[in-house]
Ligand binder design. Sequence first.
Ligand code: B12
Ligand code: SF4
Length: 466
Amino acid sequence: MSKAPFILLVNPWITDFAAHDLWSKPLGLLSLGALLRDGGCGVGLIDCVERHDPFPEEGPGILPGTDREYGTGKFPRTPVEKPPAYREIPRRYYRFGIQPDSLRRRLRSLPRPDLIWVTSIMTYWYPGIHQTVDILREVFTDTPIWLGGIYARLCPEHAAATSGADEVVTLAPALLPAKLEAATGFRVRNAGCWKHLGTSPFPALDLLDHPTYAPLLTSVGCPFRCPYCASAILQPGWERRNAPDIYDEILHWHHRLAVVDFAFYDDALLLRAEETLRPALERLVREGCRFRFHTPNAVHVRALSPDWCRLLYESGFTTLRLGLETTRPDRQREWGGKVGNQMFLGAVKNLLGAGFSREQLGVYLLCGLPGQTPEEVAEAIRVVAGAGAQPYLCEYSPVPGTPMWKEACAVSPYDLAGEPLYHNNTFFACRRPDFAYEDLLRLKDLNRASRRRPLEAGAMRPGREA
Ligand code: B12
Ligand code: SF4
């Protein structure tokens, strides 16, 4: 068998109008890092969106990264030229992350890798991948570069045509050991562990320079099939980790890296979690552990019974986001049937009763989906504010391959299939005469006002005349 290869993992730059480190870590890459390392490979990691650039630069419009509460912060940012697709958006466009020379210096300080694995997350961040790959290529001319991750899996042809990577890899993790062996001649000693979440080691958070919080995944997949969501494409099966494993991971990162903030990335964190997450949290409470948990990816409202809410509060859940999406019953059925209004009102009551404050409870509302009207979004804002929680507008990001994709392509005046930049939620690609960009701006104003004080019934209709 060949000698162990050295594999360099790279989290590429983000290019966007705005991006905050609101518990945003490359969890997929960290998981692969742990599997490769346990399998006997040498592993290095470069996080291009590291908040603390070791070689920062000054220049017009360049801002350094900053730290905020609960381990979050702002990425360093550099203004860059806007791609032509965004010409009409009156906002500046940035590359978020460390400076190009800083990246070059870090790459040059490493041994020459045998293989480079680049990850990808949002489809519309692809220019950042291309720019990262250019520099990887400049420094390590002959090293093969593989691109994987969410964008690679949702837009494989586009990624192959534009990223500059040698290969776009969309295989399930279980098949990666064989592919790695074919490429390097090296057989990992833990191929069986790549098959299931439950047999994977803890993601290699220690490869990051300054981990201020830990991303956690206690399950993959979701039993619902909401038409706007890619969960079923990305994780078709549903699998949960066991309670001791979840408990051990939390304690492990706390003891090893002094982390006290944890962010869950699960699609369905609280569903069928009676034998998994629940005992892990109960044990932490029993042992008097004081951690803070955050759910930037929404939890299911249907799971929020009084006893779950008490447990979440007692175990230190600090930032809670709930998935309501809409308050129109027909739409709720059409969009996956995961929640109803009475269920939602009951859940908020249970959360407030358990001790959570209004400021801790954010409720995601979808905005701008095909068929939706501005009035129904306004109504949902009013219901959420009236219930005693904070509405958060999520502008629709059309995702290739989802059941709603075709409809989105038909409604949008833009070439969604040919240009992933139009998937950017900020771009608001499904704008149309009866849900225009101006309607979105009015809804955002309404949303801000409702966060300052709960709205009265019937207040502020966002019609064109408003
Ligand atoms: C957690 C999460 C977030 C987090 C942070 C994500 C992050 N890291 O930055 C938060 C909550 C902040 C977030 C925000 C948003 N998100 Co989000 N998010 C997710 C979620 C649920 C999980 C991603 C994840 O980490 N998975 C876990 C890891 C382990 O999986 P992975 O990255 O895929 O990696 C595996 C493989 O891909 C592979 N792999 C990875 N890299 C590589 C590299 C190589 C070389 C190889 C071989 C393999 C490989 O191996 C890994 C192990 O199995 C996904 C849905 C999903 N189920 O994937 C949506 C998802 C990515 N988000 C989505 C959306 C729409 C959003 C928002 C726009 C929502 C909104 N409207 O406000 C915002 C945008 C944020 C922004 N700044 O622009 C969409 C994607 C949209 C798009 N067009 O790309 C998704 C797909 C959900 C959906 N609607 O279907 N999100
Ligand atoms: S419930 Fe959430 S994760 Fe599951 S399919 Fe619907 S939107 Fe996706």
